[in-house]
Design a protein around this ligand. Structure first.
Ligand SMILES: NC(=O)c1ccc[n+]([C@@H]2O[C@H](COP(=O)([O-])OP(=O)(O)OC[C@H]3O[C@@H](n4cnc5c(N)ncnc54)[C@H](O)[C@@H]3O)[C@@H](O)[C@H]2O)c1
Length: 428
């Protein structure tokens, strides 16, 4: 496959797919495909609701139609992908209510691609999966739908994404990318394609399964490390020692890892370990450390609520009907993503105590929060005073908040992330 002949399709234009499509479109002809027509219309008009790609950068590459020119044309019509020969799949890989992997979007995206797959095409998966999904689950779908033979007529690869939503410094081109392919030749073509746009370079893994496993352990490792500091925070709270001060002191050793306690949400760190755990269980191994980490982190929302309530009781505040302000509802700071946010667990627990919850988050779309969680969010700072405030997400906007205007004379300010510079009554 010569570079000039490569025509790319990207399936799934979310937090991962769009930045990649925009980057590739600076050098290649790219067709972006998504089943969400509203998203396609917005992107064609230069608007990215995830706020990952600016209007300026997006408009620089957007094309009004797909005629093989360098640039990006977005569509929800699969026929627009017919001329593409290098397909990249970036659809979600969530878990169900029992934390079991849901491969439906991957299977459906593979079915869609199988309809336009031709001899010589390459399909690369970027979605986070457990080892084996690309070759054992997706390839049969591609073969069945296309009637083509794997590794004779078409080839596949896996290249995990490492972007960090809201992070304007570590953008896709600046993060070294792991690549892999189903044959030595395919691996080379795939690696060369990514190398041509990723300035940080690439790492060609020895197999697709190695590349899949490398991604899922990156997030599992973070999850376990955060679970450890969350456990420390529980222990030091009982000892009335400031966990952040302990971590600062311990962090002066060269090999002490700088993790902070907190809520672990989103659909990467809080989800990916379950993919690995599920596969391990299927093979008869019960992962102890991975699942212990998950249990610890999944329980932190309830723990924050209990600690907050304890502090309020100690200060003589009434719990029932207390007016509480929750600052931030996204799963992490400085981004509008509310998927799998654990602030919801804090809110649910506080509501169970009979408190009135007010939520302020300048980053979110109130309509999205209403449809996902049935909660009202204000994007404006409230003009009111509260019995308690939970600083749940460390958005930059909250750094300079004048808490004197928000606090009643007797009030608990709880700083989940421990980043506020004002005096607080409690933190993790
Ligand atoms: N968000 C991150 O920070 C991040 C980082 C690294 C890896 N990942 C992984 O990348 C994958 C994608 O994550 P994301 O955050 O971009 O998800 P997302 O929800 O932001 O975007 C996925 C997009 O895929 C579309 N889609 C769903 N099913 C489709 C189908 N069958 N055909 C076409 N489009 C379809 C959706 O409409 C959506 O626009 C996941 O596996 C995730 O674990 C995410």
């Amino acid at each position: 496959m010569n570079k000039k002949d490569i025509k790319i399709s990207i399936i799934g234009l979310g937090y991962v797919g769009l930045p990649l499509a925009r980057l590739l479109a600076t050098k290649y002809s790219v067709v972006g495909f998504d089943i969400n027509e509203k998203r396609i219309n917005e992107l064609q008009n230069g608007f990215d609701a995830t706020l990952e790609v600016s209007e300026k950068l997006l408009k620089e590459v957007i094309l009004p139609s797909s005629n093989g020119e360098i640039g990006l044309f977005n569509s929800s019509n699969i026929e627009d992908l017919e001329k593409c020969n290098f397909h990249i799949i970036t659809v979600p890989t969530p878990v169900d209510n029992h934390n079991r992997p849901v491969l439906t979007p991957l299977i459906k995206a593979s079915e869609s691609i199988s309809r336009v797959l031709k001899k010589g095409d390459i399909v690369v998966y970027e979605s986070t999966v457990y080892p084996g999904v690309t070759e054992d689950e997706c390839v049969p779908v591609l073969e069945k739908g296309s009637g083509l033979k794997f590794n004779e007529d078409f080839f596949v690869g896996y290249s995990p994404e490492r972007i960090n939503p809201g992070d304007k410094e570590h953008t896709v081109e600046k993060i070294l990318k792991v690549t892999s392919g189903s044959t030595i030749e395919a691996a080379k073509v795939i690696d060369n394609l990514y190398k041509s746009v990723i300035t940080a370079g690439t790492y060609s893994a020895s197999s697709i399964k190695v590349a899949e496993a490398s991604k899922v352990i990156e997030n599992s490792q973070r999850d376990i490390n955060i679970a450890f500091v969350n456990e420390l925070s529980k222990i030091f709270n009982l000892m009335e020692i400031d966990t952040h001060e302990v971590l600062k002191a311990a962090g002066t050793k060269w090999n002490f890892l700088p993790f902070q306690p907190g809520l672990v949400g989103g659909h990467c760190i809080g989800v990916d370990p379950y993919y690995l755990a599920q596969k391990a269980e299927e093979l008869g191994y019960h992962p102890e450390i991975i699942l212990a980490g998950r249990r610890m982190n999944d329980g932190m929302g309830d723990y924050v609520a209990k600690e907050f309530v304890k502090l309020m009781i100690k200060k003589g505040l009434n719990i029932k009907d207390a007016e509480v302000l929750v600052l931030g509802i996204t799963f992490k700071e400085n981004c509008p993503d509310v998927r799998n946010t654990k602030v919801i667990d804090v809110i649910k627990s506080l509501k169970d105590y009979g408190m009135n919850i007010n939520i302020y988050d300048p980053w979110v779309s109130p309509a999205v929060v209403m449809s996902e969680y049935g909660l009202v969010v204000s994007t404006e700072i409230p003009n009111k005073q509260f019995d308690g405030i939970v600083h749940a997400v460390a958005h930059n906007e909250f750094k300079n908040t004048d808490f004197t205007k928000l606090k009643k004379a007797n009030c608990i300010l709880f700083d989940v992330k421990g980043t506020l510079e004002v005096k607080v009554e409690g933190k993790l």
